[in-house]
Design a protein around this ligand. Structure first.
Ligand code: GUN
Length: 301
């Protein structure tokens, strides 16, 4: 077998961000600056890092950003009030509510309160439903980034058997929908699956998104499989800690044709696709406004 290929998410995300920067430039030329509002409730350390990086990246590509930090004891009603204000603010194109939320907040109500046209995370049921119907909607950022890496790595995905390990609303389920849309045969495995290892071994493509450090090793993989590792797990090394994926990288490497490292694989893609979704949302809202004003003009004359 050929030497396994490392899938470079940093380089791929830089190319996506470069394209986003060009598209922001085209919108600026029409006096439209895409704008993203990011909401963080409470002080979860990992979420703080993610939010900071999202704001930084937005600034770099010319997207205007707003950060809304709410205290950890915020009520659902208070959060809904903020979301309503952002929905009504026509200068805001994208709203991102960083997850997880503190336990007292009704997460589903909060996500459903976001205007689907501004739902740059693709978590609103209107977008979730549209994706499952194979429509072109705002799709969740991490699975969109994974699909992009797969298209770059494998070329044509049609007919390939993809196994998604994990069934979360953020990654597993939308990943399966995107792979189906790309004409893959899709199997979703989860904690109650019988003989998950043997099923996974049949896959041409494996997406690992369970949040368990090193769960998947070579014994789960068909020789030559392409592996996308979504896991970001912090493990204790005795004299500190380090980040590892859901795949036992060193053990899996000789078995695969290509694999994403952790860090430096899927991670950077999530932010790149958040920026891409913000530009798509801005363009669609601008177009809808233009159509509306043209309709008004026609009704006057
Ligand atoms: N927390 C972990 N991943 C995500 C994501 O993609 N979007 C949001 N909003 N929160 C997250």
């Amino acid at each position: 077998m050929n030497t396994p290929r490392l899938i470079d998410g940093k380089a791929a995300s830089a190319r996506v961000l470069e394209q986003v920067r060009r598209e922001v430039g085209e919108l600026l030329a029409q006096a439209v600056q895409p704008a993203l509002a990011v909401i963080l409730v409470g002080g979860d350390p990992a979420s703080q890092v993610y939010v900071r990086n999202k704001i930084l990246r937005a600034d770099e590509v010319g997207i205007r950003s707003q950060e809304h930090r709410l205290p950890g004891d915020t009520s659902t009603e208070q959060l809904l009030n903020l979301i309503k204000g952002l929905n009504d603010d026509s200068s805001i194109n994208g709203i991102l509510l960083q997850l997880p939320l503190p336990a007292q907040i009704d997460e589903l109500r909060a996500l459903e309160a976001i205007d689907p046209r501004k739902d740059v995370d693709g978590f609103h049921s209107e977008n979730v439903g549209g994706l499952s119907q194979g429509r072109d909607v705002l799709a969740p950022c991490t699975p969109s980034g994974c699909l992009h890496l797969l298209e770059q790595t494998c070329g044509d995905l049609r007919g390939k058997h993809a196994v998604v390990v994990g069934r979360s609303n953020i990654v597993g389920k939308p990943m399966a929908a995107l792979l189906l849309k790309a004409d893959c045969s899709v199997t979703v495995l989860h904690s109650r699956s019988h003989d998950a290892q043997a099923l996974c071994r049949q896959a041409d493509i494996v997406i690992a998104a369970v949040g368990r450090a090193g769960l998947i090793d070579a014994s789960w993989l068909k020789p030559g499989a392409v592996v996308i590792d979504v896991g970001i797990n912090r493990i204790d090394t005795g004299n500190g800690s380090r980040l590892v994926g859901d795949v036992d990288f060193a053990n899996a490497l000789p078995q695969v044709s290509a694999i994403t490292p952790v860090p430096g694989g899927v991670g950077p893609m999530t932010i790149a696709f958040l920026m891409k979704n913000t530009v798509i949302a801005a363009r669609q809202q601008h177009q809808a406004q233009r159509n509306q004003s043209e309709a008004v003009c026609h009704s006057i004359y």
